[in-house]
Design a protein around this ligand. Structure first.
Ligand SMILES: [Zn+2]
Ligand SMILES: [Zn+2]
Length: 339
């Protein structure tokens, strides 16, 4: 079968490799399509939890075409999305019910074979049938699951006023999901005008354009919207300058959620006195476990809409363009078809 393979030294190629065979409890999926994520590029350069050689792709939709021997929780012929996490169930963290921090954390497309291939083998207990949901909607199940986890962590009070920095797929999904979880008003701040238009179309109450080189300049507009700051501010860009700005726009007693993926050694300047005297809460949200069912439900019920999010459709042979799109600020989500 054809697959994208990442190798040591930021090398990658479209390769012809053996089609995988499902073992006991596993299902073989014929991949329909897989979303491209900024994490894929981190992985290519050895970041996050990369393990080479790697078939990347963690946001996949596929059709169950074969089951391994023994009992299986999947049905041949179903179109499904996949919870790509593989948890050991045996380590200290798993035994404490903290399996997001499993010491043997496996993740299809990150340190195990993923979806940028014609076929992928998955644990049959990790597939979620999508029925007749459009694969162009279902392909957002995994990023939506991560957003569901972030919203769980944030634990908003009803009628909260929320600001999100970032209008990538994550910011645009969060902006909608937060309204099912207590936000009475959502403001999205980001640099690209076309993405802010999508945010508005998907229900954001206010948008503010941010100049990447001078994020402070957006402050006046944000102060106009919320003079005392926002109850919760979500940093979904990975920029430390934006995180600093997020703190300054958080209402006294409010919460900052660190959602964006910053560099492992990046540091931000946050005044401990301000955290103390204004009783700010700073929280983090990392990946997800057990959120895929709710994510799919949010997509099926239209609570999270995806119109305008797919800006490019490619295939395995044009994967170079998929990587290039990650550096094009006009692009929101690139989808790679395996058919
Ligand atoms: Zn991702
Ligand atoms: Zn574990």
């Amino acid at each position: 079968m054809k697959a994208i393979v990442f190798r040591e030294g930021s090398q990658w190629a479209v390769e012809s490799i053996e089609k995988p065979v499902p073992g006991p409890g596993e299902a073989l999926l014929r991949v329909i399509q897989t979303g491209v994520c900024g994490t894929d590029e981190h992985l290519l350069h050895g970041g996050f939890i990369a393990k080479f050689p790697l078939i990347p792709g963690h946001e996949m939709v596929g059709e169950v075409v074969e089951l391994g021997p023994g009992e299986a929780n999947a049905v041949v012929g179903d179109n499904v999305v996949v919870d790509n996490t593989v948890l050991c169930g045996k380590c200290h963290a798993c035994r404490e019910g903290n399996d997001l921090f499993c010491e043997n954390f496996g993740s299809l497309g990150c340190n195990m074979p993923g979806g940028f291939a014609e076929y992928v083998v998955v644990d049959s207990s990790k597939v979620y049938p999508i029925g007749d949901l459009d694969p162009d909607v279902a392909v957002f199940a995994e990023p939506t699951a991560c957003a569901v986890h972030g919203v769980d962590i944030l634990n908003l009070k009803p009628a909260s006023d929320v600001l999100i920095f970032g209008a990538g797929p994550t910011g645009l999904i969060l902006s909608q999901l937060l309204k099912t979880a207590g936000a009475a008003r959502v403001t999205v701040a980001a640099p690209t005008a076309s993405k802010l238009e999508v945010a508005t179309a998907l229900g954001a109450d206010h948008t503010v354009q941010v100049d990447r080189r001078n994020p402070e300049a957006a402050s006046a507009a944000l102060r106009d919207i919320a003079p005392r700051g926002f109850d919760a501010v979500i940093e979904a860009t990975g920029s430390t300058a934006v995180l600093e700005l997020a703190v300054s726009h958080t209402k006294t007693g409010g919460t900052v959620l660190v959602y964006g993926l910053a560099g492992e050694n990046d540091t931000a300047a946050i005044k401990p006195y301000e955290v103390f005297s204004r009783e700010l809460t700073i929280k983090g949200s990392y990946a997800q476990v057990h959120c895929l069912g709710r994510a799919l439900f949010a997509l099926q019920t239209g609570r999270v809409r995806t119109e305008g999010l797919i800006t490019s459709k490619l295939n395995l042979d044009t994967f170079d363009q998929a990587l290039a799109n990650l550096h094009d600020s006009e692009q929101i989500k690139t989808i790679v078809s395996s058919r």
